[in-house]
Ligand binder design. Structure first.
Ligand code: SAM
Ligand code: CA
Length: 220
């Protein structure tokens, strides 16, 4: 018994997933395929995907932003959680990575809900703002290049409706954010955003120690 967050052993992590796994079969296949990819560590873990699906269901989300698609796992689980007329606006710069996603989105019957935009994400977010889309999104998942997280957060916050949710991935960055000596550009960017969010009165905040750390902020 403890009033601190449990430090998960492999056995407990396996147990957690075994007794909660409701992963869609195509999502399982996509994860198995990405497990052979050299950059496989970039994919979210399935229990985090399942938490995100629960949050999307609670929000009644219809319009979401996906900043960082890779081979399409988080976009897939998001699209699965949206209603038939929902849309995931999915932002990435890599044709090579995102090309792997399409057959899985199609196999799961959700490709029509995913609007993939291949360009630097700040450009796409600025274009959405210029297009009058501020205040129209229910959810945003930030999981692209860490140095631009601050820019993505400010734009996503404008694009979100009041009561909408932003989920920010990798906020613990393998624990390096807690190391005062670690100041490479990615770690420094994550530390700066974590500290800024702590005092940001525009949002309600929780940092969840799932995966590599997931900060949830609700727009006030
Ligand atoms: N959310 C994905 C998942 O769970 O499978 C993982 C995303 S991966 C961590 C980060 C992605 O961000 C990569 O696919 C990369 O191509 C993309 N990326 C990197 N820099 C970017 C930028 N400036 N604009 C848009 N996407 C970018
Ligand atoms: Ca990530």
């Amino acid at each position: 018994m403890s009033n601190k967050t449990l430090n998960l052993t492999d056995d407990v992590a396996d147990y957690l997933w075994r007794v909660t796994d409701r992963e869609h079969p195509v999502a399982k296949e996509l994860r198995a395929k990405t497990a052979t990819h050299p950059r496989r560590g970039m994919q979210i873990c399935p229990e985090q995907g399942q938490l995100m699906m629960l949050l999307l269901e609670m929000l009644g989300a219809k319009r979401t932003l996906e900043i960082g698609v890779f081979t399409g796992y988080s976009s897939l689980i998001t699209a699965l959680a949206l209603p038939e007329d929902g849309v995931v606006t999915a932002l990435d710069i890599s044709d090579e990575y995102t090309r792997e996603a399409l057959p899985f989105w199609e196999a799961a019957g959700v490709a029509h809900k995913i609007d993939l935009r291949l360009a630097p994400a700040t450009e796409t977010l600025d274009a959405l703002l210029a297009d009058g889309r501020a205040g129209t999104y229910d959810f945003a998942f930030i999981d692209a290049d860490k140095e631009n997280y601050g820019a993505y957060y400010e734009r996503a916050l404008q694009l979100l409706r009041v009561g909408g949710l932003i989920a920010i991935d990798n906020v613990l960055w393998g624990g390096s954010v807690a190391d005062p000596q670690a100041n490479d550009p990615d770690t420094a960017a994550l530390k700066a955003l974590n500290e800024k969010l702590h005092g940001d009165a525009r949002v309600t905040l929780s940092m969840v120690p799932i995966g590599d750390g997931l900060t949830l902020v609700r727009k006030r």
